[in-house]
Design a protein around this ligand. Structure first.
Ligand SMILES: [Zn+2]
Ligand SMILES: [Zn+2]
Ligand SMILES: [Zn+2]
Length: 357
């Protein structure tokens, strides 16, 4: 046994100040053999237009609705919404009894949108141009502004599930945006942490985290004038990244055109590196956290700091994914590769997409 603690060889826990939780890091385990599930590496070449795809321009969806013959991005209300706007309000029982204490309910009305990134069936964000990704960001921003005007909605959660291993049923490039009357648990936890940190230190947790990462950029994988992408110190997924706005900007609605162009540039560079890591279309769940569209108070807005999370499941190649099971479901999340090692790997790949070489 050595006498000094070695972060690359000794197990330790790292604290996630954003969600007030811990992750167990076991870097000495990266060499263990893998006998578990292998994912299929789908190298099928997709057509630019698929007559059976319910997202391609001009096609008819299951409900009989017909898509516009759109030419860039396209937004429509999800035909099978997880939350709907037309439902009666839920009357919360007020009597203080055992049932009402333990079996709690909130009614949630809302709207779910589908946003097609492109009319082309066979592209993904890393294969789109920066101006095309700027259009996507513009569409996200327009939807955010539209939801601000619908005062009963609290939060707009924009997210993309990419790849069959993340449960995405259609390869057509698209994301979803769910707008709800309630503030969902993840952004609610983060706002609570940002509030606590501000009360204790007088500063923004994510602005301070930015400063640390830029001073010693060993976890930074891509950066430009307005944004950085880092494998966060407390990452759970092997190649998880956090995209942070360098300025304290609370939402998409506050970005200048130059900042939006920088965000598009960063998303493209990051996702190209992801695809190049294992020369596969890299699956992930991605989404952004920002100020609620209708904050309860000005604090809730001012505390928010725009950022995006990328949670990719792949572990060691295109066919081996990480599962959050066993200790991770019952104890706490655990990782083998350190975030610093993961950042080294993402930085080491080529910045030109492998399919274009
Ligand atoms: Zn399609
Ligand atoms: Zn900040
Ligand atoms: Zn977040």
């Amino acid at each position: 046994m050595t006498s000094t603690f070695d972060f690359n060889n000794n197990s330790h826990r790292r604290y996630n100040p954003l969600t007030d939780s811990w992750v167990l890091v076991s870097p000495h385990r990266t060499q263990r053999p893998w006998l578990g599930q292998q994912e299929k590496n789908l190298t099928d070449v997709l057509p630019a237009y698929d007559p059976k795809c319910y997202l391609c321009p001009g096609n008819t969806r299951a409900t009989g609705a017909v898509n516009d013959k759109y030419g860039s991005t396209y937004v429509f209300v999800n035909d099978y919404q997880a939350v709907k706007d037309d439902q009666p309000p839920y009357e919360q029982p007020t009597e203080n009894n055992l049932r009402n204490r333990l079996l709690r309910v909130q009614g949630v009305a809302g709207n779910c949108y589908v946003i097609c990134f492109s009319p082309n069936h066979n592209v993904t964000l890393p294969l789109m141009t920066v101006p095309e990704i700027e259009n996507v960001i513009g569409t996200w921003t327009d939807l955010y502004l539209k939801m601000q005007s619908e005062t009963k909605f609290r939060y707009l959660q924009i997210f993309e599930n990419k790849g069959a291993s993340m449960g995405c049923s259609n390869p057509h490039p698209h994301c979803q945006a769910w707008c709800t009357e309630s503030l969902p648990s993840e952004p609610a936890k983060e706002i609570l942490s940002l509030r606590k940190y501000k009360a204790e230190n007088g500063t923004c947790l994510l602005c301070d985290y930015n400063t640390i990462e830029m001073e010693d950029p060993k976890r930074v994988v891509v950066s430009n004038d307005s944004f950085i992408a880092v494998v966060p110190f407390w990452a759970i997924w092997p190649f998880e990244t956090l995209v942070l706005s360098k300025s304290h900007t609370t939402s998409l609605a506050e970005f200048t055109p130059a900042q939006k162009a920088d965000l598009a540039d960063l998303i493209q560079k990051l996702t190209v590196r992801y695809d190049n890591l294992f020369e596969t279309s890299f699956p992930y769940s991605m989404g952004m956290h920002q100020a609620p569209v209708n904050p309860l108070d000005s604090d809730e807005k001012d505390l928010s700091h725009f950022h995006m999370h990328f949670y990719p499941p792949l572990l060691r190649g295109a066919t081996v994914r990480k599962f959050l099971v066993g200790y991770e479901m019952l104890g706490e999340p655990q990782r083998d590769l350190t975030p610093e090692q993961a950042a080294d790997r993402i930085r080491a790949v080529d910045e030109v997409h492998y399919s274009k070489k």
